[in-house]
Ligand binder design. Structure first.
Ligand code: 5AD
Ligand code: SF4
Length: 447
């Protein structure tokens, strides 16, 4: 006899839940396409899904804990026949880093699949349905991209992974270990995938990579090209209106890419360029290989060609050994830049990274205070940026319905959320006047 609680022999419905970064959102969509190609149906909630895929993030502590509590909750929410249980697959970076531990600690998990192996998901699910448990955490990513199905449908704003992995080895970061070495997908594959996304409804494409501006390939004549050439090729697609890219490293902001911001209208005036800290001593300990000064110089060059560019960044407070005076340098850098938006985090020691074993870890209450002060400064600046936009006329890509009847939500060229009331459809690109601003969104009216 089998165990009292068994998984459905062959899942017919599935639910993919993605945590963390935009690349995980992309991966989640690709896994959904793979499962749908097997004849399975996507469902919105995990209570009725025969198979739940948790597409996890390992960048900071709490994300991992959330995975374990989610695993517990899935079994509880299951509304299938008594005596059965849904099949649980753990994917993403926690699967890569802690696959064996998950298998040992969570007997209800039947599949563990790393971010570079998920093209094998259908076959692993079949193995699990036959009564086994399956783990795959192979690297690198090339085989995965070759094995993924063609894309058919797309939301108006689509993600396209062009580059994966990281060779920078910032001392706090797990990405080089969970996503592996830097690889760039070939130019021709990307142009083809972009065309399919556009044919499927995409009006905006965000090119994704952990170090997206390190993307490198050859064009159809065999010449070495960088990200700006890919952006230029995509800009030639008539039905594609907007192009964005994220996340970039300051050292890979080449002259060609900076110039592209001044030359390509479809390239939106927005740049996410993480700096992490304002102190050169801390930046060195982080192995960032840039200084506060060299970072500011890059921004100056971008602003010279595109004066209205909206700047965004990532920050870590409380890196091991960070003093009060060094933290003040982060605040000074924030004042100097004037970010339109930003993400800020308390340092979280990640097992296996060099910073985890450094001396002088900063006390939690000091981290809390620093984060509060930093976030207050960043909020002040995003509000100022949004207020300065009031009165501007701009395009908005309608992405979804708002909370109120007749209300729509979309993004401005500067990636601000804009809501307005009009008779429209998702995917419309409309001209709007911005009339009111808060720290996180603006309201507009249709022109
Ligand atoms: N602790 C806190 N924040 C981190 N990030 C990456 N690793 C850590 C860590 N160990 C942040 C960085 C990065 C963003 C994606 O997450 O700011 O740019
Ligand atoms: Fe992590 Fe640094 Fe690579 Fe970004 S550049 S993914 S922070 S190691």
């Amino acid at each position: 006899m089998g165990p009292a609680m068994s998984a459905p022999t062959s899942p017919k419905t599935f639910h993919v839940k993605s945590f963390g970064c935009q690349m995980n959102v992309y991966d989640g969509e690709r896994m959904a396409e793979l499962l749908a190609a097997q004849g399975m149906t996507a469902v919105d909630s995990n209570g009725s899904a025969d198979l739940v895929v948790l597409n996890t993030c390992h960048i900071r502590e709490r994300a991992t804990e959330k995975v374990y509590s989610d695993i517990g909750r899935i079994a509880k929410n299951w509304d299938g026949p008594v005596g059965t249980a849904p099949m649980i697959a753990v994917a993403g970076c926690v699967a890569q880093a802690e696959g064996d531990e998950i298998m040992a600690r969570a007997p209800s998990v039947q599949v563990v699949v790393g971010p570079q192996s998920y093209h094998h998901l259908p076959e692993m699910v079949a193995r699990a349905a036959a009564g086994g448990r399956a783990t795959e955490t192979d690297m690198p990513a090339e085989a995965k991209f070759a094995a993924l199905p063609k894309r058919r449908k797309s939301a108006p704003s689509a993600f396209l992974t062009v580059q994966e992995g990281c060779d920078k080895f910032c001392t706090y970061c797990v990405v080089p270990y969970t996503r592996g070495a830097e690889i760039s997908r070939p130019f021709s594959d990307l142009v083809e995938e972009a065309k399919l996304l556009v044919a499927g409804g995409a009006r905006e494409i965000t090119l994704l990579g952990q170090n997206v501006n390190a993307w490198a390939s050859q064009d159809d004549k065999g010449r070495e090209i960088g990200l700006e050439a890919l952006i230029r090729a995509l800009a030639a697609e008539p039905d594609l209106q907007r192009i964005r890219y994220t996340t970039s490293h300051p050292n890979d902001m080449t002259e060609g890419l900076i110039e592209a911001h001044g030359e390509i209208d479809k390239l939106m005036p927005f740049l996410h360029l993480p700096v992490q800290a304002g102190s050169d001593r801390v930046l060195k300990a982080m192995n960032r290989s840039h200084s506060a000064e060299s970072y500011l110089r890059v921004l100056e060059r971008v602003r010279a060609v595109r004066p209205d560019i909206a700047l965004s960044g990532d920050f870590i407070v409380g890196f091991p050994g960070e003093t009060d005076a060094e933290f003040e340098e982060t605040l000074q850098l924030v004042d100097a830049v004037g970010y339109a938006q930003a993400f800020s985090f308390k340092y979280s020691a990640r097992p296996g990274t060099p910073a985890a074993t450094m001396d002088d870890h900063v006390a939690p209450e000091i981290m809390d205070q620093r984060l509060q002060r930093l976030q207050a400064a960043l909020q002040r600046d995003s509000l100022a940026f949004n207020l300065a936009s009031v009165g501007k006329r701009c395009s908005v890509l309608v992405e979804r319905k708002g909370k109120l009847p007749g209300q729509w939500l979309g993004k401005s060229p500067w990636l601000q959320s804009v809501h307005f009331t009009a008779d429209l459809a998702i995917g419309d690109l409309v001209d709007v006047e911005l009339i009111e601003a808060g720290p996180n969104s603006l309201s507009g009216h249709l022109l």
